[in-house]
Design a protein around this ligand. Structure first.
Ligand code: GLA
Length: 550
């Protein structure tokens, strides 16, 4: 989605000219039960494996090949897992006189005839050969985490990409990597500004993509410092795909090392879940990243693995498994592959669940809007130390209370019938995950009217145009945006709600007719008018026709 560049010269048609000089007022309109126009699918969050949690800096070619083989053969690839991500430890900070990476040839040997030792392209070819995708890792600073907190040591400096951004990201793309995670240990040590550094990195990635024609999925890892959800989807005019929202979920648990006895903890899983809740930033292919998972690692019970998986699924979070894939229990593997849970995570609306009710202290109802009209993933979550009954009414989900809704217990794989409401007894520190399908509640639709933008009547092409609107909602509001984009790549716009920090929205192609993408907005003016402003970034921008609030 970052392929779309801002400010390209385009032929001026009357329609595109009007779209550019236009701004939009939203007229309060009647409530209507009609469904919104055709929904457009957005890119789902990534699924894969990452080396850090189970291998720390012992990752090498052998480990990577074994994990890739396991993913290809244990059903995970078939279930949708794709990325094999090599985390810290693959490179120990050495460069040649031209600044190129020097990679240890013993750790990363030749894997086929004609290959050079120490060429990371070897492992990429191996991973691709299994039908999978390959990820790599660096740091935004001069040093990486190898000096700040070497896990299994020894300490190694200069393991970051600062002053080598263009060179390093081009090298990653030339090696054939599909994904890059950029950490912040060195950036933090130097007290750099993450929004500035990651913007520069985004530009280096865009350049590498332009030169090689190879897409590099961009994962920011600065642990939620400086609220990346407010800037990561739009840094430097080129967006990151995912951004971490918290610290590490676990310190690596590496078999046969001094760290072998560490344990994953469910309380850390809950901490990451809570820190990842920024629904207003997660839409149209941009994702909050609650960290790599610990499902299947020592410390969690099988039921806690299911709780963890459910939390990530309703978040719509990246599913990056941290466990050693060659040692998963049958039950943990089944948890990771559960097709209904994966479908919730990967839902094509790309939204995050919001907490819609809290019927008691530590008792919560979370709801994630799904692609099929009237459907929601609902998590009844009991954080307390005792079993408790958690009720849910359909209106809390934006559905009509007056119509029965079909309810399915996802983990039990059981249809519970068409019901007027539901309530379950949930064990202590546990959850029930439901799939609910009912009748959508009414939407308030606001048509757009074009007016001159705030820069005055003489708007020049390529300048941002502001669309202004008003609504009357409070709290997190699901909003469907109806638009047109006849291009083959997404068009971009920034949305500013009530003058607050903007979020970038990617509008995928719609072909010749209108389509709809969904977002969640924090509308904080109860009883007053909420102003929604869309600034068109690409030229021509998406033609925004109307929004529907629920
Ligand atoms: C940081 C990141 C982790 C991992 C380690 C590697 O702590 O948050 O995910 O990449 O660095 O050292």
């Amino acid at each position: 989605m970052r392929k779309h560049r801002v400010g390209k010269a385009m032929p001026v048609t009357l329609a595109s000219f009007l779209a550019v000089v236009g701004a939009v007022l939203l007229w309060p309109a009647s409530l209507m039960a009609e469904s919104v126009p055709r929904q457009i699918a957005v890119p789902p969050p990534p699924m894969g494996w990452s080396s850090w949690n189970a291998f720390s800096n012992t990752v090498d070619s052998k480990v990577t090949m074994e994990q890739a083989k396991a993913m290809a053969s244990n059903g995970m690839a078939k279930a949708g897992y794709r990325y094999i991500n090599i985390d810290e430890g693959w490179w120990l900070g050495e460069r040649d006189a031209e600044g190129n990476f020097i990679v240890d040839g013993k750790a990363w040997p030749a894997l086929a005839a004609g290959e050079r030792v120490g060429d990371m392209g070897n492992i990429v070819r191996y991973i691709h050969g299994l039908g999978l995708k390959a990820g790599i890792y660096t740091d935004a600073g001069t040093d990486g985490c190898g000096t700040v907190g070497p896990d299994l040591g020894p300490s190694y400096p200069n393991e970051g990409s600062e002053n080598h951004y263009e060179q390093d990201f081009l090298q990653f793309a030339m090696w054939g990597f599909d994904y890059v995670k950029v950490d912040w240990c060195g950036g933090d040590k130097e007290k750099l500004d993450p929004a500035v550094q990651y913007a520069e990195i985004a530009r280096a990635i865009a350049r590498a993509e332009a030169i090689t024609g190879h897409r590099l999925y961009f994962s920011i890892c600065n642990w939620g410092n400086n609220s990346p959800w407010t800037w990561a989807p739009g840094v430097g005019g080129v967006a990151a795909d995912i951004w971490r929202t918290g610290g590490d979920i676990v310190a690596p648990i590496v078999a046969n090392t001094k760290n072998a006895d560490r344990k994953a903890e469910i309380k850390e899983v809950f901490r990451e879940f809570d820190q990842a809740v920024h629904p207003e930033a997660q839409h149209t292919g941009f994702y909050n990243d609650p960290d790599m998972m610990v499902v299947g690692m020592p410390g969690l019970t099988e039921e806690q693995n299911r709780v963890h998986m459910s939390l990530w699924a309703v978040l719509g979070g990246p599913l990056l498994v941290g466990a050693d894939l060659t040692r998963l229990s049958e039950e943990a593997l089944a948890t990771l592959k559960n097709p209904e849970v994966l479908a919730i995570d990967q839902d094509a609306l790309g939204l995050q669940a919001t907490k819609v009710a809290a019927p008691g202290t530590g008792l919560e109802v979370w709801s994630k809007r799904l692609w099929a009209g009237g459907s929601r993933a609902v998590l009844l979550l009991n954080r307390t130390a005792a079993p408790a009954t958690i009720p849910v009414r359909w209106s809390e989900l934006g559905l009509q209370d007056s119509s029965p809704a079909k309810v399915r217990d996802v983990w039990a794989k059981k249809d519970l019938g068409a019901l007027d409401s539901y309530s379950a007894t949930v064990p202590a520190q546990d959850m029930v995950l439901l799939f609910v399908n009912g009748s959508e509640g009414p939407h308030a639709k606001y048509e757009m009217t074009r007016v001159a933008d705030e820069h005055g009547a003489a708007v020049v092409r390529n300048q941002p145009v502001t669309f202004k609107g008003v609504g009357t909602h409070f709290t997190v509001a699901p909003i469907a945006i109806s638009y047109m984009n006849p291009d083959k790549t997404p068009r971009l716009a920034e949305l500013r709600v009530n003058g607050r920090i903007a979020t970038r929205i990617a509008f995928p192609p719609t072909g010749g007719s209108s389509g709809t993408v969904w977002i969640e907005s924090l509308l904080d003016r109860e009883g007053a008018k909420n102003a929604l402003e869309f600034s068109v970034e690409s030229d021509p921008g998406p033609v925004i026709e109307s929004i529907s609030l629920q």
